[in-house]
Write a protein that binds this ligand. Structure first.
Ligand code: SF4
Length: 614
């Protein structure tokens, strides 16, 4: 195999220039091809190339045009298919189920990704090349690997593996899995034999399942049961949730009408040297030269660096635990420094590193003693309250200092969110470092809510922790020439949240005079704990009922978060009346909405250190 090219080929001509007559693997993606490590197709393509395989890329093929799928010919080993960096339904529709008019992963933002892109692409490929193995992966396949509630159809769908003509599904980050698949297929193993690869799911015939069911497997309620019975859905969810650990997780099987979907345990975390090696592959950090229009998603990440993977926060509305897992895998600071030095040599680099982070910026290098030997606890959530969690941010501070010192680097920002309970638990001066060097005017934080019931269901720290963080942030502002602000993110419509809870949040926003233009209305995306609650009305771990706001109640909740917006006055008034809170309607100091139906525009508390309305 030739050494890594400046860009992975997107045509036979580009392949021919590299001496390739037939590609080993063709990757098909719903994103434009951007050769940057934060784009999954580029990452997987470079890793496969590094392992000695030639890889061609078909980006954003039309759903119907067969020629789009034939441009690179027939691959020698397999097609690797993904919807791109995002689930196609999340990407194509707003939370209100309206079709979006742009796609930031597409040239010029012009949408090209079909709905259910993974299934569409797999079907086209299978029609044209029926004997070539098809491997699906990426976030869409990963988070739809079991029967799941689909918000866009408001029903339970089968595992995507049962719906798509695919041989294997890769879940999680995928590097180990794709290389093993490629090596074993190249060695002549038939794809139907590849049933023991961690981080993959495969299908088994129902008859075989009945006669030769593998040992040590956790069987969860099947599609027929979970699509008809909500408690069964919740039980199935809790069962597979607990097995998503690479150390203690067992294989999980879920029967479907025509097949049985079996998930092997997750892939083992990458060692630091492996992670360093992958992120130091020669990515050009640019879109493929064939594109005439810019790809909007590149700009915010072009000069950002991934420092680690995984998140042990366990926010209920986030499915990252099912994708990257809870165990933190961190790169070495030397590797990150080398990556930034490479960036400084690029003509487009203006001295600004936009982000050094991962799913949660301040989990870099944090660890627990038992992750390696026993995995992450099944029944316990990781938090600073656990004495086994090492919460020192010293290594992060050292890393940031090193990067700040690189010639050509003017600013290093932290754009990823930070977990404020972890920052509070640290005494290495991390928050001061962040304020002094790594934010401009704002620090984004995500308390999401303030009432104990809702933060408990969301698995977020409570209001008192957020208030302590605000106080610590405020202390750091003293003596600063230029004031900085916290930009808090809150969410409406989450399972467990009632109108009185939202009124309490609105009062908190009022009392702290917060800026709430960034409204998040809960959307049930595949495979999160919250989506399971949304569909079933049950907490999957306790089977206790959970209130689920829907329809007009959900709209009222959203309006309450933006009670100052005149267009929300009717809904806010309705919500306050329904909760018996007429005391907040009128012209009094504390009122959220004026008595004549106009929103109260009072500005209350003085300087709170939080982002205030301008
Ligand atoms: S011991 Fe504590 S930090 Fe470690 S996995 Fe369990 S809960 Fe998480």
């Amino acid at each position: 195999m030739t050494r890594q090219p400046p860009f992975l080929p997107m045509s036979l001509q580009e392949g021919a220039k590299l001496g390739i007559r037939q590609f080993d693997i063709t990757l098909i993606t719903g994103d434009a091809y951007v050769d940057h490590p934060s784009f999954g197709t580029a990452l997987i393509g470079r890793v496969l190339w590094d392992a000695g395989f030639s890889v061609g890329i078909i980006a954003q093929p039309s759903a119907k045009n067969a020629e789009d799928y034939q441009v690179l010919g027939r691959p020698r080993l397999f097609f690797g298919i993904s919807s791109g960096n995002v689930d196609s339904m999340v990407n194509n529709y707003t939370p209100n189920l309206k079709r979006r008019s742009n796609d930031v992963y597409s040239p010029g933002g012009i949408p090209k990704r079909p709905d259910r892109a993974t299934i569409v692409y797999a079907n086209r490929v299978h029609e044209l090349f029926p004997d070539v193995p098809v491997v699906i992966g990426g976030i869409e396949a990963s988070l739809r690997r079991f029967a799941h509630y689909d918000y866009w159809q408001d029903r339970v769908r089968q595992s995507i593996l049962a719906d798509a003509p695919a041989d294997l599904l890769v879940f999680g980050m995928g590097e180990r899995q794709v290389v093993e698949i490629a090596r074993r297929l190249a060695a002549g193993e038939p794809v139907r034999n590849l049933r023991d690869i961690r981080g993959t799911s495969y299908k088994m015939e129902v008859a075989e399942w009945r006669s030769a069911r593998p040992a040590g497997i956790v069987e969860i309620p099947g599609f027929a049961e979970v699509s008809a019975d909500k408690p069964a859905y919740a039980r199935a969810f809790a069962l597979h949730y607990h097995e998503q650990d690479p150390v203690r997780g067992k294989p999980v099987a879920q029967p479907h009408p025509k097949t049985v979907v079996i998930q092997n345990p997750p892939a083992c975390p990458l060692m630091q040297e492996e992670l360093d090696h992958i992120y130091e592959l020669p990515f050009s950090r640019c879109s493929h030269p064939s594109y005439k229009l810019p790809i909007p998603a590149l700009e915010p990440v072009q000069f950002s660096v991934t420092s680690h993977r995984g998140c042990f926060g366990g926010c209920s509305f986030c499915a990252l635990t099912h994708h990257q897992g809870r165990i933190i895998q961190s790169r070495s600071s030397d590797s990150i420094v080398r990556e930034v030095i490479r960036m400084t040599k690029m003509p487009a680099f203006k001295g600004i590193v936009h982000d050094i982070g991962g799913p949660t910026a301040n989990m870099y290098s944090l660890s627990c003693d038992q992750w390696e030997s026993r995995g992450a606890c099944a029944e316990k959530r990781c938090s600073p309250a656990c004495k086994n969690l090492r919460t020192s941010h010293e290594e992060q501070c050292r890393l940031l200092e090193q990067v700040r010192g690189i010639p050509g680097v003017k600013h290093v920002f932290i754009g990823s969110g930070i977990r404020y309970d972890l920052a509070l638990a640290d005494d290495s001066g991390y928050l001061g470092t962040v304020c002094d060097h790594h934010i401009s005017g704002h620090l984004k934080v995500a308390p999401e809510h303030i009432t104990p019931k809702v933060t408990g269901i969301m698995n977020k720290p409570g209001q008192e922790v957020f208030d302590r963080f605000c106080a610590a942030f405020e202390t750091l502002q003293q003596g600063k020439k230029k004031r900085q602000y916290l930009l808090p993110y809150f969410m409406s419509g989450h399972p467990g949240c009632t109108i009185p809870d939202m009124i309490a949040l609105a009062e908190y926003i009022r009392d702290h005079n917060l800026y709430t233009e960034q409204v998040q209305d809960f959307t049930p995306t595949p495979m999160s704990v919250s989506s399971c609650m949304y569909y079933t009305g049950l907490n999957p771990f306790t089977l206790e009922p959970v209130h689920v706001p829907r329809g007009s109640e959900k709209k009222i909740q959203r309006a309450l978060m933006q009670y100052r917006d005149p267009k929300n006055r009717g809904l806010v008034t309705e919500g306050l009346r329904s909760a018996g809170r007429e005391d907040l309607i009128g012209n009094g100091k504390q009122c959220l909405v004026a008595g004549d139906g106009r929103n109260s525009s009072r500005s209350l508390h003085k300087n709170s250190g939080l982002k205030r309305r301008g």
